[in-house]
Design a protein. Structure first.
Length: 424
């Protein structure tokens, strides 16, 4: 099947795959260019901060250059970007996937948008956009199966479990117009053979767009102070009342958080999700259980049975191989340091992986440390993990020349891995 699928592995470290989006400040109308991961927008002209919201997923459109007398038809494409993990007989395999595919099954239109979404500046679809937007008829779940099958061809043996983590789902509308053929409205070139006499573009389900990208003021709901954060941050900080907020539907929702205190110079705090969950199908409720199930090189002490087991997951994006290593190491470390409420007086790395994606990673996390792994993986689907509560925890790292280190938890993060994570 001719599906445009672009796989990125550890060798492709310098390829930027962020979408560029033309935009106007919702307050003063000044032009701006956003990248796909931007959420907090600070206007260079009026200095007003706004936070970007969208129901379900963002909808973008490619720029058109059609003659003025042409009726534009916007064809929809699903676009998926994220990490794909697969549990197979010989371990956990992973890929970074960037793919697009038709959201309407049609032989008259291209199967994907190709590299255009990366080469051209997009715009948000707005209600006032002229043209007819076709209604998606192919569910994303079906398209995701196409992407997964493409990945499966590189794997041998059965796949026991798959998880999509850190995913960005969007819909890209590409402009066309119809005469005797279907014409690409970006280059004004025919892209189909002569259409049959019974082809009627008006019969395809569609309408004018009724979606609106929302911006809400980046102000603390508790005290009215300006919220702070990096442009891609999924959690914002109020320095006035020392509170944290995350987007939820059309507003900000308070978030419970804490940090592990640390003295010294050159400290940076990275965010992690600490998740308490019920695990059915394997005995893992305490630190004593973890020592046994992960075959850790230490003796079980009497107090270990009283220490609750928590999953620890990254609250920031890194490449798949690094993601597995860091998640495994901090989870088997089971940090026991006293947690202090509020933000530390130090640099904070932004939250870029939401709690929903962290929860999606729990089985992969479990598969990463259970021993023997070969015996556990065929049974992994029988394990049920039900999250009960979570806490955002900022963990201190010592900054070195090329990396950030937490020696007690055996965590080392190359600075380049974080720098390149902006593309994920």
């Amino acid at each position: 099947m001719n599906v445009f699928v672009q796989f990125l592995d550890e060798k492709l470290k310098d390829n930027s795959i962020d979408l560029l989006i033309q935009h106007q400040c919702p307050q003063c109308g000044a032009p701006a260019t956003l990248i796909e991961t931007d959420r907090l927008f600070s206007c260079e002209f009026c200095r007003v901060k706004s936070y970007l919201l969208q129901h379900n997923f963002f909808r973008y459109m490619l720029p058109e250059a059609a003659p003025k007398d042409k009726k534009l038809l916007y064809f929809p494409y699903w676009r998926f970007k994220g990490m794909l993990f697969s549990c197979v007989e010989n371990g956990i395999k992973h890929r970074f996937l960037d793919a697009s595919h038709q959201a309407v099954d049609s032989r008259y239109f291209p199967v994907s948008v190709g590299v255009r979404s990366q080469a051209l500046k997009l715009k948000f679809v707005a209600p006032e956009t002229p043209g007819r937007f076709l209604k998606p008829t192919q569910p994303f779940e079906e398209v995701m199966q196409i992407f997964s099958r493409r990945f499966r061809t590189s794997l041998s043996g059965p796949i026991f479990h798959q998880a999509h983590i850190g995913e960005t789902l969007s819909m890209i509308y590409s402009p066309f117009y119809v005469k005797d053929k279907v014409y690409d409205a970006v280059l004004n070139q025919a892209i189909s053979p002569a259409l049959p006499d019974d082809f009627d573009a008006e019969s395809l389900p569609g309408s004018t767009p009724d979606w609106k990208t929302r911006f809400i003021p980046a102000m603390c709901p508790a005290c009215g102070w300006d919220l702070d954060g990096d442009r891609e941050a999924l959690v914002l900080k109020c320095s006035n009342c020392d509170s944290a907020w995350r987007p939820a539907k059309n507003k900000f929702k308070p978030l419970n958080f804490a940090h592990i205190p640390e003295d010294g110079d050159d400290i940076i705090y990275l965010p992690f999700w600490r998740i308490k969950a019920e695990i059915a199908g394997t005995a893992l409720q305490s630190y004593a259980d973890l020592i046994k199930i992960a075959n850790l090189p230490k003796a079980v002490q009497s107090n270990h049975s009283e220490m609750e087991f928590y999953f620890w997951a990254l609250a920031f994006k890194v490449r798949p191989k690094v993601f597995i290593r860091l998640t495994r190491n901090i989870t088997i470390s089971q940090p026991q340091q006293k947690l202090v409420g509020g933000f530390p007086d130090a640099r904070l790395y932004p939250v870029t992986l939401p709690i929903e994606e962290a929860i999606e990673s729990l089985k992969i996390n479990l598969a990463g440390f259970v021993k023997p792994q070969r015996d556990f993986l065929p049974q992994i689907e029988a394990v049920t993990i039900t999250p009960k509560r979570f806490l955002l925890v900022y963990v201190p790292f010592q900054e070195k020349h090329h990396e950030y280190i937490h020696s007690e938890f055996h965590l080392t993060i190359n600075k380049n891995h974080l720098k390149l994570a902006g593309n994920l």
